[in-house]
Design a protein around this ligand. Structure first.
Ligand code: SF4
Ligand code: SF4
Length: 120
């Protein structure tokens, strides 16, 4: 690249809007298939534990007795193995990034007890 062209680009950039955003005050619209975070449609979860077994980061915990499904979004590397292994396809890769947080935390979801609900 010639120095004349480079100088023109540098000069032109002085009058353009910046390419960067003031995240998290400004959030970019995610791309449709962006790997953002893992979500669980708990109504369809059968607590089989397959997602926890295949996760290379051990960030999913399934407690069948307590009917809870837990994920540490700050340890997740968004590999998608859990989504591919879920037999009920209740796990999804959502495009929006994990929400900004001051401290690391796990997301604990209660899975409805369908058996108890049908007996009641
Ligand atoms: S693999 Fe799917 S159905 Fe099984 S525990 Fe995980 S989220 Fe629930
Ligand atoms: S996307 Fe990968 S790292 Fe994240 S929870 Fe699923 S299996 Fe674990």
């Amino acid at each position: 690249m010639g120095s004349f062209k480079l100088g023109g680009m540098t000069f032109g950039s002085l009058f353009k809007k910046p390419e960067t955003l003031l995240y998290p005050a400004q959030v970019k619209t995610p791309y449709p298939h962006q790997k953002g975070h893992i979500a669980n449609k708990v109504d369809e979860c059968i607590l089989c534990g397959m997602c926890a077994r295949v996760c290379p980061c051990h960030c999913i915990t399934v407690d069948k007795k307590a009917h809870t499904w837990e994920i540490d979004p700050f340890s997740c590397i968004l590999c998608g193995s859990c989504v591919r292994s879920c037999p009920t396809t209740c796990l999804l890769m959502e495009p929006a990034s994990t929400a900004v947080a001051a401290r690391k935390h796990v997301i604990d979801l209660v899975v409805p007890d369908k058996k108890a609900a049908s007996e009641a």
